[in-house]
Design a protein around this ligand. Structure first.
Ligand SMILES: NC(=O)c1ccc[n+]([C@@H]2O[C@H](COP(=O)([O-])OP(=O)(O)OC[C@H]3O[C@@H](n4cnc5c(N)ncnc54)[C@H](OP(=O)(O)O)[C@@H]3O)[C@@H](O)[C@H]2O)c1
Length: 310
């Protein structure tokens, strides 16, 4: 497993992460097997959110109840969670009260004294960045949160936050898979009239994150689009799967590893956030951590997914 020091922190982190959004209905044994399989593959970084699960903090609580981590076991994981979505609405809330209350709820549900990383989940149109800064300062001073980041944010939203927040923003979690890659594909086909791929949807977020040492975390790395099922093995993507299968044979790894390698090959040094609840798929995906696809292979996958290389 490839690891690196997460810029803006002193944490050594793997470039593949286990997301725990889908564990609500799993038994204690199943959760333990999933997390232990990830650990054995070097995946010591866990991604949660207050809203994952059927009720508030549901998946965080499910995790803690199944794992029952001792203090020394807890220290071996980087635990990241998120705040800012109010499911009953839905709406977004970056107020001081909401952020602090959510973190306190996560600490209680996760049965831990501290979060390694807190992300603001989705941009709040009514954000008051001074309030966010005050919340971050208080959470940091209380030892409740070690580092801060965001998710699904644009460069200008980040500029606004960074004007007030004193801690480094260390991560931006964004949707990215071979078949859902507008934030990469736009730059490849900039300024082309009549080509949908050329439309700027995120104001150049990948380059912005690289310029400011903000680590991109790729969520839904196997989903074709927005939660509409995986592209691996899907009859909707025959050309892409043919290329993936050929590269799987060449490198002697499962298809999941090729899908992960397409992201880890990007020089922005991204982290891939897996969401599978199947231990075998976690082990398979981990094999893509340090698999250096060649430039022609990377572009062949990109073209086979339907993107234009003008
Ligand atoms: N920041 C955000 O806004 C945001 C949004 C969504 C998710 N996330 C994070 O990202 C993580 C990943 O999201 P995701 O679960 O949508 O991503 P994903 O890893 O792309 O998808 C996993 C889902 O695909 C299924 N699947 C079917 N075939 C698969 C295969 N061959 N390989 C892998 N999975 C296969 C899995 O089923 P099985 O479980 O049966 O294997 C699971 O339901 C979440 O856990 C969460 O931590 C963040």
């Amino acid at each position: 497993m490839k690891t690196f020091t997460l810029p803006g922190t002193d944490m050594t982190v793997p470039n593949v992460v286990l997301g725990l959004m889908r564990i609500q209905e799993m038994s204690d044994d199943a959760v333990r097997t999933l997390v232990h399989t990830a650990r054995e593959a070097g995946i010591t970084f866990l991604d949660h959110a207050d809203v994952y699960g059927s009720d508030s903090h549901g998946c965080e609580r499910r995790f803690a109840q199944a794992m029952k981590l001792s203090a020394s076991e807890r220290e071996r994981y980087v635990i990241q969670t998120k705040a800012g979505i109010v499911k009953d609405g839905p709406y977004f809330d970056f107020s001081y009260e909401h952020i602090v209350e959510s973190v306190n709820g996560s600490l209680e549900a996760l049965d831990t004294d501290y979060l390694d990383i807190l992300l603001l989940h989705r941009p709040d149109a009514l954000v008051e960045p001074e309030e966010v800064a005050r919340a971050f300062d208080d959470l940091s001073a209380a030892g409740k949160v070690r580092a801060f980041g965001v998710s699904n944010q644009t460069p200008r939203q980040l500029d606004l936050l960074r004007k007030y927040v004193t801690q480094p923003i260390v991560a931006n979690q964004l949707q990215l898979s071979i078949t859902h890659a507008p934030m990469i594909a736009q730059g490849v086909a900039a300024n082309m009239q009549g080509l949908d791929q050329s439309v700027v949807r995120d104001d150049g977020i990948v380059d912005y994150c690289r310029l400011h040492d903000i680590t991109v975390q790729a969520w839904s790395p196997f989903q074709a689009g927005f939660f509409d099922g995986p592209f691996l093995g899907s009859p909707r993507h025959p050309e892409l799967n043919a290329v993936i299968d050929r590269l799987s044979d060449k490198y002697g790894v499962p298809a999941e590893a090729i899908a992960v390698a397409w992201i880890t090959r990007h020089p922005a040094r991204m982290q891939v956030v897996l969401g599978t609840t199947t231990p075998e798929r976690v082990a398979a995906a981990a094999l893509g951590s340090d698999l250096p696809l060649t430039r022609p292979e990377w572009y062949e996958l990109f073209r086979a997914a339907g993107y234009t290389v003008p």
